[in-house]
Design a protein around this ligand. Structure first.
Ligand code: PMV
Length: 327
């Protein structure tokens, strides 16, 4: 069997955070989450089915990928290989147009693009919901990148994960928000999110209290997007992010993903808010800060962030479309 397909998927940023698994093997989350898929932060992946049963090969950004990347990829490749009833190996070539491993969710776009390209290369006809489940096993947040716009990942209850997949809630053009990622440290994060989640669950007295806030935040965040209410969305997104970080920092030993530079950016966002600028921040498992604003305020926000010596560069994004096969 031979085949080849190329797919593209965009990163997503959670407005209501996912941090905790009810099943680490299948990446089943303890609670739901809600994100926006971003045009401008994309992974393009080509999968070629090799006509033998050797080892999978994975090239990431032009270099042979490390064991961790390959391990995650296999969680998508193996189930699809089984479904197609083949033992053929894959050659995967994947390119990100943004920094890998810096809290910019490259695993989300990467595993989503991999699921679409692999299914395509194998000639499997799977709908986006099914591909969302497949991508989820590779990296939880990847299930949200199958869809464009504002997306909810349903936690589900079933042990096999059949009811844990992403659902698009609002199209990308429902609300034209702007995102400015303030890159303060382009390096890889120290503790990957899977290890970080397990450690937080096992040792942080604040993990359960964080989880208890998620269902209410999901309702509030969806209402804010429906009403295109930036102040309301900012309030939910900031508290969800900071409560997630509180849970991480309550772990023993503490997990600290935010750097002093992150707080400089957060403080600047707070100042803009105090001056009446529509803007809010969120941060994931890394030091870079994602800043949300409106098209009208974008230039003001960019100028303020560029003024900060800690900001190495800004990456611009806006709500974008679904993962797609492009070749
Ligand atoms: O899906 P993972 O393992 O990349 O975990 C992502 C976790 C956060 O980015 C910190 C939060 C989220 O909901 O995306």
């Amino acid at each position: 069997m031979t085949g080849r397909a190329t797919a593209r998927a965009s990163a997503n940023i959670a407005l209501v955070k996912y941090w905790g698994k009810r099943d680490p093997q299948l990446n089943l989350p303890a609670r739901g989450s809600f994100s926006v898929t971003l045009a401008g932060l994309t992974t393009t992946t080509t999968v070629t089915v090799l006509g033998n049963d050797g080892e999978d090969q994975f090239v990431l950004n032009g270099e042979v990928a490390d064991a961790g990347v390959l391990k995650k990829a296999k969680r998508v490749l193996d189930p699809l290989r089984n479904r197609a009833g083949t033992r053929a190996a894959f050659q995967v070539s994947s390119t990100n147009d943004f920094p890998t491993g810096a809290g910019l969710a490259s695993s989300a776009s990467g595993l989503a693009a991999l699921a679409v390209a692999t299914a395509g290369a194998l000639g499997l006809d799977l709908d986006a919901t099914e591909l969302s489940r497949v991508a989820r096993v590779g990296s939880g947040s990847a299930c949200r990148s199958l869809f464009g716009g504002y997306v909810e990942w349903l936690a589900g209850e079933q042990a096999d994960g059949a009811d844990s997949y992403a659902v698009p809630r609002f199209d990308a053009d429902w609300w034209d928000l702007r995102v400015v990622v303030a890159v303060v440290a382009p390096g890889k994060k120290a503790v990957n999110s899977t290890d970080g989640m397990t450690h937080t669950k096992d040792t942080s007295p604040f993990h359960e209290p964080f989880l208890a806030t998620v269902d209410g935040d999901l309702i509030a965040a969806k209402a804010a997007v429906e009403g295109r209410d930036l102040a309301a969305l900012g309030r939910v997104a900031e508290r969800s992010s900071l409560r997630m970080h509180a849970a991480m920092q309550g772990a023993d030993p503490a997990l600290v993903y935010l750097a002093p530079e992150s707080w400089v950016v957060i403080t600047a966002v707070r100042k803009l808010q105090a001056a009446g600028v529509p803007v809010f921040f969120t941060a994931d498992a890394g030091p870079n800060i994602k800043v949300f604003t409106t098209p009208d305020a974008q230039e003001t926000v960019r100028a303020a962030l560029l003024d900060l010596p800690v900001v190495r560069r800004l990456v611009a994004a806006r709500p974008g479309g679904a993962a797609e096969r492009i070749e």
